[in-house]
Design a protein. Structure first.
Length: 126
């Protein structure tokens, strides 16, 4: 069973905490770093070389869509999944075009978040 080294990037501390809990409880994800803005996400991706980057769109300093190609360049092997409060139909296609593996809307139940991430990662146990 794979455990995915994960970087969480969101400017809302409480949301990062909730996502961290959901992912760690599944025992399928290890949170290796957390970023509060896009610039930190780029730097921490380069430093930690995660398997997965969960990247919010609306962040200070550098937003998620601007950070996305730079995060990808910092670790080409990482799957980047946008986790945003914006509707997928609105920004999902742009995120996919910029290199995101998927786009999930904030607020989905924790077990569904884990299942959706595992599907996007191609994990057969999902």
């Amino acid at each position: 069973m794979s455990v995915y080294r994960t970087l969480l990037a969101d400017d809302v501390d409480d949301l990062r905490f909730m996502v961290r809990l959901a992912l760690e409880r599944s025992e399928r994800f290890e949170i290796v770093a957390e970023a509060g803005n896009g610039e930190e996400a780029i730097r921490l991706t380069e430093q930690h070389q995660p398997d997965l980057v969960l990247l919010d769109i609306s962040m200070p300093v550098v937003d998620g869509l601007e950070a996305l190609p730079k995060v990808h360049a910092a670790c080409e092997e990482a799957a980047i999944v946008m986790l945003s409060g914006f509707e997928a139909a609105r920004l999902g296609p742009a995120a996919i075009e910029l290199g995101a593996k998927g786009y999930l809307e904030k607020g989905i139940p924790p077990n569904q978040l884990v299942d959706e991430l595992l599907k996007l990662l191609g994990d057969r146990a999902a």
